[in-house]
Design a protein around this ligand. Structure first.
Ligand code: ME8
Length: 653
């Protein structure tokens, strides 16, 4: 029988920085959907990748002192880069596209030309509002409080010669697509698109730029580079060989499903189908706009220093625990508030207490009472049917939710059975049966029912936590044939004389306090790392008149003695030769930076005509001059020391 094909994609992420938990969330969700379809026997093509052109990347590379390609290669393919992250997270993508790949570059040039030749792209002049970080042009009416409606940052007036795509021509067809079909999901996103973008009138879209170089050149007008969205959106097609012969599968897999975050739904549900209509290709089956993971109600951002690092979390809690948390906790179509407490709570409640306990109790009792292998006789009881009925109905319920992209609800269904099975243990009290010689067959029946429930749950959990489910299958003695989609809909697949192996604990409980402290320390370190390497105070805007300046008497001074000040951990007391013949005493708050002995005999600079000021009971007559700056947020101070050949009392002018 020919398999159904299933094509699914994540957005292609900007490799301008390391990816964070938000990107990981989308990729894990898409991976779970891809794995679910593979489990069902579909021929799956799962694509992810990176969106590598544009001004932001060009600027970042410059900042790093690298060429864009060097910069990108490091972030994408380098150690700890994007490919490594997906490997770590057990992402099962079949392909990975980089928009700098040759086949994509030449295909985009052909696509651009095709739209130009058919009259959908024309040359004009762009005057508009431009958001540099988002690389988006906006119309006045789309701005929110005069700022970019996506990121809220200020926009600038921009004008340049540019090519335009006739988006307006497709307005009616797009409106129909959004309103009358199930193309865009969840449905709640449709109104937003209609009200914010279609109703105010679709304007033609700027699709080329001349103000930066890091992009795909328009081959018939090389002053222009293809502006980000034509380049980015068509990745989903070129990766399958559309307009190139270096990749294949377009005929087989197209059209597919694009999973995207809510902020790029506009591009995927309006611009993307219009461009496909223009080149005469089928539009995606669905675009699904998932919600954001937010922190304290706001978006994560590097500059706020609140970006959550998936590497650190996976290392601390395990990859499957992190995957599970992301998929179990946040309803896929809505925003969700990320917190470390919630992560730990989910691991402890669902994985350790519910699933982990069920597996370990069942396998350890099978070992304890039957040496690991169940006898084959059975003795049914009325208590069993409720568990079995729930287990047999699970697959259908799960499927309904998965087909509707309601991954969190699919997990809910699985956990209903897990919870029911734990309750079944309490009801049947196998430990009591174990003590009674005459109840051995009943005990074997109870344990078999539990193992079967676990098998069905593990099969349906496998798309979410594949490695852990593999281990569960090993523990409960499930053969390959017991792990299939078909078997998940049937009761009684495990052999009657099944052999189990308890083995190690799958999901150890997390010590909340310890883990939270560890995470906090990690986040502090991260915040610090995000601080600028060197920070100096901005120059003063207020000017000082020359006369006033000349009144300051700066002198070279020799440090005759330097000592700490009793009861002060800040001050050093300096005895100075200022050339006058009388010792000068100055106190300076630089104890944290110098040992007194270090400074004796050195030549420094002091202002000597400040009025004396008492500190810790000692009058200080003047001030020593230091240079200060911040390094990674930490104050640094350098006492200004000058050449020892300068005599005491020499005036600085
Ligand atoms: O927009 N919560 O790339 P990008 C949930 N290159 N998901 C999040 C998230 C968060 N806090 N932050 C990011 C781009 N994401 C373009 C896409 S596609 C042709 C071009 C996820 O690196 C979410 O899926 O900014 C979002 O849409 C995507 O990362 C944006 O990644």
């Amino acid at each position: 029988m020919e398999k159904n094909t299933f094509y699914i994609t994540t957005p292609i992420y900007y490799p301008s920085d390391k990816l964070h938990i938000g990107h990981t969330y989308c990729t894990v969700a898409t991976d779970s959907l891809a794995r679910y379809h593979r489990l069902k026997g579909d021929d799956v093509m799962f694509l992810t990748g990176t969106d590598e052109h544009g001004q932001k990347i060009e600027n970042k590379a410059k900042e790093a002192g690298k060429t864009p390609k060097e910069f990108l290669d490091n972030i994408v393919e380098g150690e700890g880069g994007i490919l490594d992250l997906w490997k770590l997270m057990n992402i099962s993508n079949d392909r990975f596209i980089r928009t700098t790949d040759d086949y994509h570059v030449s295909a985009v040039q052909k696509i651009f030309r095709k739209m130009y030749d058919n009259g959908d792209i024309y040359k004009g002049a762009y005057k508009g509002k431009y958001c540099t970080p988002c690389e988006s042009f906006w119309t006045e009416s789309q701005l929110k409080d005069g700022c970019c409606p996506d990121c809220g940052r200020p926009v600038v007036d921009a004008e340049e010669e540019a090519y335009f795509f006739r988006l307006s021509k497709y307005a009616d067809r797009i409106q129909h697509l959004l309103e009358d079909t199930d193309f865009l999901q969840p449905r709640s996103r449709v109104n937003e698109m209609i009200n914010n973008f279609i109703k105010p009138g679709l304007e033609d879209l700027c699709v080329s730029r001349t103000s930066f170089d890091w992009g795909i050149p328009v081959d018939f007008d090389p002053d222009h580079v293809v502006y980000v969205w034509v380049d980015a959106l068509f990745n989903y097609a070129t990766a399958l060989g559309y307009m190139n012969d270096q990749r294949d599968g377009y005929k087989k897999y197209w059209p597919g499903i694009n999973i995207v975050g809510k902020e790029i739904v506009r591009f995927h549900s309006i611009i993307w189908p219009a461009m496909l209509m223009s080149v005469g290709e089928p539009i995606p089956k669905h675009v699904y706009g998932h919600g954001w993971l937010v922190i304290d109600g706001g978006k994560m951002s590097k500059s706020k220093g609140n970006v959550v690092d998936p590497y650190a979390l996976a290392e601390m809690f395990g990859v499957d625990a992190l995957r599970f948390f992301l998929m179990r906790t946040f309803p896929f179509g809505s925003d969700g508030n990320f917190s470390n407490e919630l992560l730990i709570q989910t691991i402890n409640t669902d994985l350790a207490n519910k699933l982990g306990n069920l597996v370990s109790r069942t396998t350890s009792m099978t070992e304890k009472y039957f040496g690991g292998t169940l006898p084959t006789q059975r003795e049914e009881d009325a208590l069993d049917s409720e568990l079995k009925d729930l287990a047999c109905a699970l697959q259908g319920r799960y499927e309904t939710q998965m087909e509707a992209f309601q991954t969190h609800l699919a997990l809910d269904e699985v956990f209903k059975l897990i919870e029911r099975a734990n309750k079944y243990i309490d009801e049947t009290t196998p430990w009591a049966l174990g003590k009674d010689e005459t109840k051995q067959i009943r005990l074997a029946t109870v344990l078999y029912n539990l193992l079967e429930s676990i098998r069905i749950c593990a099969t349906l959990l496998a798309p979410f936590i594949p490695d852990s489910c593999e281990k569960i299958f090993e523990k409960i003695g499930a053969c390959e044939a017991c792990r299939t989609w078909e078997a998940a809909g049937q009761w009684g697949c495990l052999p009657a004389d099944v052999t189990v192996a308890k083995g190690e604990n799958l999901f150890p409980r997390v010590d909340t306090e310890k883990a939270l402290a560890q995470l906090e320390a990690l986040q502090e370190a991260q915040k610090k790392a995000a601080l600028p390497a060197i920070e100096v105070e901005p120059l003063m805007e207020e000017s000082v008149d020359f006369e006033t300046f000349l009144k300051s008497d700066f002198r070279a001074v020799k440090i005759k003695n330097c000592e700490t000040v009793k009861k002060s951990d800040k001050l050093l007391k300096f005895t100075l030769d200022d050339g006058s013949g009388t010792d000068r005493i100055i106190l300076s708050g630089i104890r944290a930076y110098y040992e007194p002995e270090q400074l004796i005999g050195k030549t420094a600079i002091a202002i000597v005509n400040l009025p004396p000021r008492k500190m810790m009971g000692v009058p200080s007559c003047g001030m020593l001059i230091s240079a200060v700056h911040k390094e990674k947020g930490e104050e640094k101070l350098h006492l200004m020391l000058i050449d020892d050949s300068v005599p005491a009392g020499a005036k600085l002018c």
